[in-house]
Design a protein around this ligand. Sequence first.
Ligand code: GLY
Length: 317
Amino acid sequence: MVYDSRAEVHAERIRKALLPSGALRSVCSIETSEEGKTVGTVLELEDWLLRSGADRNALLLAVGGGITTDIAGFTACIYKRGIRFAFVPTTLLSQVDAAIGGKTGVNFRDYKNMLGIIRQPEFTYICPQVLDSLPYREFVAGSAEMLKTFIISGGHDYRRAVSILGEIWSKNGDFEGYGPDIQELVMKAAGVKAAIVSRDENEIGERRKLNLGHTFAHAIEHEARLQGRDISHGEAVAIGIVQAARLADEGFAEELKNDFDGCGLPTELPFSLESLKDAMTLDKKAEGETVHFIVPYAIGDVRIVDLTVEEAVSRLI
Ligand code: GLY
């Protein structure tokens, strides 16, 4: 089992539960950060697996947020040409997005998830109660991926989520645990994502919509790292969704912005669009000059629009 040191309390419970069966061979704790999400960390884990005597029947269980599950999944995919892996996501972001769908990988030369493989975990065990120990800022950041999913799926879930998240934000995160409403939203968002992935695992069509906001977000995160600014993935996704909506309709973008503001999410672009252009061009979703921009026209109406970065930015400036 590999776990994020911040998820120690949850990993310890799992360790105790597994001990009597003798199924748990070795435990390894890692410190996670976007900077540390590298091939170097993967190699350290490969070394640990080898030293622990993991054979091809081993199952690597990862406990933590999206960085942990992405790194651990990739480690398992290449160890002895692939061993089984499974996830216990402990952040909202990983429960509704990162730990579902089999995208594994690491950053490379400051570009997000540039190296990786799509391969499905043996299982993803979502326990919403673990969110109660999550720092509130991380909870809010994770909610951006949840809202993204509901913008894609349409129906009443988006409005319901905005209302519930807004209520939590109005209490400034000062409340007694996340109740059944949040648990239900987590399960719904996870279900929507799993269904999309089951229809298009390799992202040749519909799955691309799950990248809503991400072309802008990855560029924002890239620029933030260069400038030493603290902007998390979920926060960048919220900002990116608003920018993506501006490609369709300024009025709808404004509505989303107001909703996100009311949930405590950041929505203002922290850098000029001009300065984000190079990083957007290097997006994994680019094919030659063209990027598959994911553009929300309305709740439940999200389209894939092929544009060059130049075209997209000139529409927004
Ligand atoms: N995070 C988007 C996807 O898994 O497709």
